[in-house]
Design a protein. Sequence first.
Lengths: 263, 374
Amino acid sequence: MTGAASQVPPVEVQDIRTCFGRTCIHEGLSLSVRAGEVLALVGASGSGKSVLLREMVLLHRPSAGSVRVFGEEVRDLDGAQANRLRRRIGIMFQQGALFSSLTVAENVAVPLREQTDLPRGLIAEIARLKVALAGLPADACNKYPKELSGGMLKRAAIARALAMDPDLLVLDEPSSGLDPVSANALDELIRQLHESLGFTVLMATHDLDTLWQVAHRVAFLGEKRVLATGTMAELSRAEHPVMVEYFQGPRGRAARGGAWSRG
Amino acid sequence: MTPSREPAGIEWIPEQGVLRLTGAWLTPALTPVERELAAFAPPAGQVRIEAGGLDALDTAGALLLHRLRRDLGRRGKPVDLVGLAGHQQALLDLIAAREEAAGAVPARERPRVFEALGLATAAAAREGLAMMSFLGVTALALLGALLRPTRLRGRAILAVLQNDGVGAMPVLGMLSFLLGVVIAYQSGIQLRLYGGNLYVVDLVSLTVLRELGPLMTAIVVAGRSGSAYTAQIGTMQVTEEVDALRSIGVSPMELLVLPKVIGLIIALPLLTVFADVVAIFGGMVMAEVMLDVSFDTFLARIPEAVWPSSFFTGVGKAPVFAAVIATVGCYQGFQVRGGADSVGRHTTTSVVQAIVLVIVADAAFSVVFSWLGI
């Protein structure tokens, strides 16, 4: 893998301001993602996690501030250069965003067909492999998104995100809408893929179990900026009232207990 | 991926039976090496693959390597793979394991010709029945609503009048004007030959009032509003809004369908009258310019050329067309399942079916009217 070889931070944002009309959701926000880590963004609903994620993957432009992706300042890029960077990022959208008119295998093949000149046979084989890597059975290849359950849909979306062997995998709420069993299995899958493929993972999540089980580092968004970054253990001892409420409520304590009894 | 890296390649050293792998085996750069590997056919004997020269290996590259090893093995050639770095070996092992576990993709069964024909016929029959039953349900709901008019949603009906009635006037006006101009022009060429200029009034007003006015209006509205109904209800179906309505105890029929049907039944005759007037005006302009028939002469001639019955048969068809368009549009909306793809397909079907059914209904009217001698 190319993965962690270069130590340039895959994504680095500095002093970002994001405003929609007169409401600003980020002000002076800075965050750096380290190569090879699993970084989770947390924060209350409306704290701007998804928007920040979109800014980091070149889907939304902040009102002010600097976004550097793989060391390149996003503001200075033209369309072709931006596309070259996008190719190194695989994104799993919250609702999957699989193309409903294509089968799962065809969905995974889309980036390969558009971005490379590989022969069709090989593309089909790679697509099948990615579907298998995402933990789906072979007969899922020929299914359409509407024929899949929620958990399978998320896995198919991960398979598509992995299509181009990204250096950065971005997951927007990977376990939302899943039953605990599927959510655990998905956490396990993300951890396995991260171990064997060595990419950097950036995710937004609310799932406290995911945070304890998968994330190396957690960045807490609040008051329009990053309130703190650190391991779960560090953040759960933080004294900021917003974070205390988040991590030490009944759910937070339960998830932590679970992590300890397992770990 | 960095440009300084060498592209992926292989180097075959026949004397030693060694295949040397070079460069970066990364997804975007695999095409040449895939081609070389396809042509690679070593003679009998052991093959030693030296991977020490690999700069990088990703999953697609590892897949190629796995395939090479597997294919050589199947052809009875013992393979010895050396020189992979630790993490590359781990990646290759992972891929070999997943490939084996996944197995072959079962082919999706496709029906044969006759089976497909049968399935299509059955689907068409089911569709016809379902549409009839939807028409029945709508009619019952309409009857029920007319018996208890307080349950009618006045605001929704007014919104339909505004959006689908008033909103259609600019485009309909323009098309009708042009329609009148074209009819007057085409008939004018013929009439001028034997000095029957004045009969342009008969031709324009009869064709517009009896046939083309109502038909044109219905087609424009089917394209404009019928499609919108399907897309709206279809999207609500996808986002489960229709189910949400049901769960709250609001009948989608009452909220979504009836206002559209009633609103369009009111709007379409009015639009037809508007289209009639504008089209005849277009004919008048052309008659003045081309045939020297003045506006006064034209208007004075109209009562002699057409009877009120011509006008009423034309406008009388409009409510029926309206019912067809609204019912088909809503029905197709409720048939949407799944996602964006399905919304698009049903919107197309909705417009096509509405226009076809409007023309069929128009033909039926012609037959009935000729029996009745109107």
